[in-house]
Write a protein that binds this ligand. Structure first.
Ligand code: AMP
Length: 581
């Protein structure tokens, strides 16, 4: 352990007994310190113990289990040793990608995502390569177990990721069946944002004296600081940030990013957009750090892009705005972050960027700070234009007041007389020329309306953001992704699918061969169809359960291939045999 800038003790990744190959990746990714959930889980999981992690997305939970489990697997053995169950195909892919990233220096390592909708042939082929880690959705994993194409007899560790979500999506019976088929002597880690009774029951029945890990959140008051939150949607984060910087009044700003790499990238991109900005992170030596802080104090810099550790204890009076560009991993670091403003009795403002799927953390922050955080709208293009015009006017006024303009007055008259352009046209042309470099009217950003799947769409958005940036290799910006299932659940659990459904999507009624008498519930159908057909559940309309069949509304014009696939999907041990009603 090492001392940080003030008296707090900071745990470093090097304190955690992780092998060199993993420490190297963590440092390459620009992670500065383990998040609280990582600091607690990694030692327990390395030690082979069971863990019950109460943690939501955004806390760094994926690395909290992936790093220690990677340290424990035997790469020379080509069979599944770790199985991760996840509620959706997106999460399964995301977790598999995380394993792949963290294992980049472990030669011979294979991870395989298994999810519905992908061809069995591809999956059989990949399984034959002998992945040490399999990440899958419960339905498809069950299929492979039944077909005996997945052998879990050598499994040492099982991870249930987002267990409450699996429960909500109707997968809990499958999860239990899978758990029963596994070696009894195994390590189990279960992560869940909430602990409903059914999950508690599973932990009691199938886990071996698990240690409960949750992030303690002390309540702290934050005075003098106005807190706002923008839900990341529709516009990429950098564009949103620049719109805010244009319209918010500020003196000095601190923007918080998660990784060292992200601080450098963002500072460079803000510089390129004309802001005087610099990065502040733990890679900098004391001298550079002090020089940077002196520059923001003196006003030769306006924006610092910092990591938590680097900004700890920072006391600069002119900081009037804190932007949480990446959501912090826990409430305490949020309170530390926003405490960089509102210094010396001044007023401060704090803006948080949170993806729809990170709303839980937002709630936790509200509870910890005992203050409501106002959800804000992004300034519109019109507002940005108005602010630019107001600043432009100010500039003109200051030139009129401070410069000797006699030469230009004569020139104006001369051009007007020579060209016979009337004075308003001439003034308009000059205004146009004066703003050409930095147009008063912002360029409309294009973004794609949701297609079939929110998450994919957000991914697409993120991808374009990345290629634009050209360097974003980190999963940091993954935060941008929306989350369909969570959105749905926030809108009221398993209430009608139609809620939040885009009204312009035309639906058709289909009949499926499973009904109440087979024990099916609406959530089972939604879970299976959403995963197998890769449809955002918002696009699934009403589901009516009858005794031996059900009807379901799906978007008109479903691809024939998807329908063919759905015919063979099993729900409650029955083939759906879906057809138009
Ligand atoms: P998760 O909660 O697992 O979805 O992770 C959220 C994000 O935090 C991902 O983009 C990770 O790459 C990032 N992350 C995880 N651990 C750390 C860390 N110790 N420092 C900085 N970023 C991290």
């Amino acid at each position: 352990m090492s001392e940080s800038t003030n008296t707090e003790i900071t745990i470093n990744f090097t304190d955690l007994n992780l092998p060199e190959a993993l420490l190297r990746v963590v440092s390459e990714l620009g992670y500065e310190t383990p998040s609280p959930i990582q600091a607690q889980c990694i030692p327990l999981l390395l030690n082979g113990e069971d863990v019950l992690g109460l943690a939501q997305t955004g806390t760094g939970k994926t690395a909290a289990f992936a790093l220690p489990l990677l340290a424990n697997i035997d790469i020379s053995l080509n069979y599944p040793q770790v199985l991760v169950l996840a509620p959706t195909r997106e999460l399964a892919i995301q977790v598999a990608e995380a394993f792949q990233t963290y294992a980049r220096h472990l030669r011979g390592f294979h991870v395989m995502p298994i999810y519905g909708g992908q061809s069995y042939d591809i999956q059989f082929k990949q399984l034959r390569r002998g992945p040490q880690v399999v990440v899958g959705t419960p339905g498809r994993i069950m299929d492979h177990l039944k077909r005996k194409t997945l052998d879990l007899s050598h499994l040492t560790t099982l991870v249930l990721d987002e267990a409450d979500e699996m429960l909500r999506m109707g997968f809990i019976d499958d999860v239990e069946t899978i758990m029963k088929e596994m070696p009894e002597k195994r390590q189990t880690a279960l992560f869940s944002a909430t602990m409903p009774d059914q999950i508690k029951r599973i932990t009691k029945r199938y886990m071996n004296k698990p240690t409960e890990v949750r992030i303690q959140s002390k309540t702290s008051t934050v005075e003098n600081i106005e807190q706002k939150c923008w839900i990341v949607r529709g516009v990429n984060k950098l564009d949103a940030l620049t719109r805010m910087l244009e319209t918010e009044e500020f003196d000095g700003v601190i923007i918080f990013a998660r990784t060292k790499t992200a601080t450098v990238e963002l500072a460079e991109r803000l510089e390129a957009r004309g802001y005087r900005s610099a990065a502040l992170n733990g890679d900098m030596n004391q001298q550079v750090r002090e020089r940077t802080i002196a520059r923001i104090k003196s006003g030769s810099l306006d924006i610092l892009v910092a990591t938590d550790v680097a900004a700890r204890g920072l006391d600069v009076e002119r900081i009037s705005l804190v932007v949480n560009y990446d959501i912090p991993t826990d409430t305490e670091s949020y309170v530390h972050r926003i405490g960089r403003t509102g210094r010396a009795g001044r007023k401060g403002k704090a803006i948080l960027f949170a993806a729809p799927r990170e709303r839980r953390l937002l709630k936790a922050i509200e509870n910890a700070t005992r203050q409501q955080i106002t959800i804000m709208d992004l300034p519109s293009h019109d507002e940005v234009t108005q602010t630019r015009i107001a600043n432009f006017e100010k500039q003109i006024l200051s030139v009129v007041e401070s410069e000797d303009l006699s030469f230009y007055r004569t020139l104006f008259d001369q051009i007007e007389n020579n060209s016979e352009i009337d004075d308003s046209d001439l003034a308009a042309a000059l205004l146009y020329m004066a703003q050409k470099e930095k147009p008063l009217q912002p360029v409309e950003e294009k973004f794609v309306e949701p297609r079939s799947n929110d998450r994919d769409n957000d991914r697409g958005r993120e991808r374009s953001d990345r290629s634009d940036r050209g360097r974003g290799r980190d999963r940091n910006d993954r935060n941008d992704r929306g989350d369909r299932s969570r959105d749905r659940n926030e809108q009221g659990g398993d209430k009608p699918r139609g809620r939040g459904r885009p009204t312009d999507v035309e639906l058709e009624v289909y009949r499926i061969d499973v009904g109440r008498s087979h024990g099916v519930q609406v959530k089972n159908i939604v879970g299976a169809i959403a995963n197998e057909a890769d449809i955002n559940s918002r696009f699934i309309g009403d589901i009516k359960l009858n005794d031996d069949y059900s009807t379901i509304e799906l978007p008109k014009g479903m691809p024939a291939e998807t329908m063919k696939h759905l015919e063979n999907v099993y729900v409650c041990k029955r083939q759906l045999k879906i057809k138009k009603n």
